[in-house]
Design a protein around this ligand. Sequence first.
Ligand code: FAD
Length: 433
Amino acid sequence: MAWEFETDPEYQSKLDWAEEFVRSEVEPIDMLWRGLEFTPPDEALRTVVDPLKDQVRAQGLWATHLGPELGGQGHGQLKLSLLNEILGGSSWAPVIFGCQAPDTGNAEIIAHYGTEAQKERYLHPLLEGKLFSCYSMTEPQGGSDPALFETRAYRDGDEWVLDGWKFFSSNARTAAFLIVMAVTNPDVSVYEGMSMFLVPSDTPGIDIVRDVGLAGEPEGHGSHALIHYDNVRLPAEALLGGEGQAFAIAQTRLGGGRIHHAMRTIGLARRGLDAMCERALSRRVAGGLLADKQFVQGYIADSYAQLMQFRLYVLYTAWLIDKHNNYLKVRKDIAAIKVLMPGVLHDIAWRAIQVHGALGISNEMPFHSMLVGASVMGLADGPTEVHKVTVARQVLRDHSAVDDLWPTQHLPKRRDAAREKFAALLEHEVGNL
Ligand SMILES: Cc1cc2nc3c(=O)[nH]c(=O)nc-3n(C[C@H](O)[C@H](O)[C@H](O)COP(=O)(O)OP(=O)(O)OC[C@H]3O[C@@H](n4cnc5c(N)ncnc54)[C@H](O)[C@@H]3O)c2cc1C
């Protein structure tokens, strides 16, 4: 029997260290420098952040999303999952541990598909935490359906010329380079006709038209850019992977990205549950503690059960990825986790708000931003509806139609089959069945 639900003591001690470190050293940074996670830090902030990154490196926990064969020091997805759920409750922790989205996914595809020169220029500084990156795929007229993408890249002598619009390109303003997906051959399907480009941010022709914020942020402020790539000229070596390979590359990136979001979501949702329990044990109404009211007990029980189911499924999927070392083989379960994630976070955040009353929905508590986070999880890296279609298609692959009028589970049919199996015995049983 190889099923195990325990962490080995050596890694558990690292997790214990990480938990205490995040609480005492990183969370105070969340309080003072929120929103600057993806901005290259100034000298003053570096004196706070750099020593913390050094401590993480000394523990061997820096940038563990990539395995040694891809230039990281990873321990696999299962261990990353256990670490990420600790980091998920803090906005700065993923940056301090060198495993923040979207840089993790971007590092992963450069590691898989980049040339040595591209790795030298982009991957190594990214892994060292010296710069940030942006993934620029979604367009204003279409995000979930790549067949609607219009941004073009065409050859002009030795160069590529990139032309078009992209929307919701997170952290474009502070990124040192962008990974841009563009149609290079409009005469074939998008699955074969799009290519990926590594584009330094200072390349002439990149126009960040505006930064879009999320609900709750003031209009005009935000980190998701509308970008016009206006005849951006790129050298031939800007192509990442082969021509026409963008779709396959995007799948590599999004597979990892989706489960990493799920791992961090466990940590965020747990924070909501912890707060709910603390409040239930502290607040009195109608002659007793909230913790003694059955509605509140129901909130706590439902939240705990929902979180545990989700966590076990994420850990199981991480284990599957380690086992197969191939995201495509685990596509069904990654998509299923993606489908569950917004609901778990939403439900727990909503209950936490209710239990805290007016304070819960105020801007002095973190629950409303968790609700926004839940909506983000239902859209970023593909909407829930699209992932449900993937799950259903993959599940149906393991089933087949019945070549009979009556379904396999039809009881009279099964009973007839059972009678036939035991016919010899039944012949001697008078009045049986
Ligand atoms: C916080 C955040 C960060 C993001 N960061 C990035 C980034 O860095 N880079 C990037 O390129 N993109 C990014 N995105 C964009 C994200 O990938 C897209 O929002 C997503 O792919 C959906 O595309 P869309 O918004 O254009 O919605 P649409 O494609 O217009 O879809 C709208 C809705 O239609 C429904 N729908 C779509 N397809 C189907 C279907 N097949 N069946 C049934 N219903 C369907 C769903 O309800 C879906 O939400 C980010 C999004 C968010 C919210």
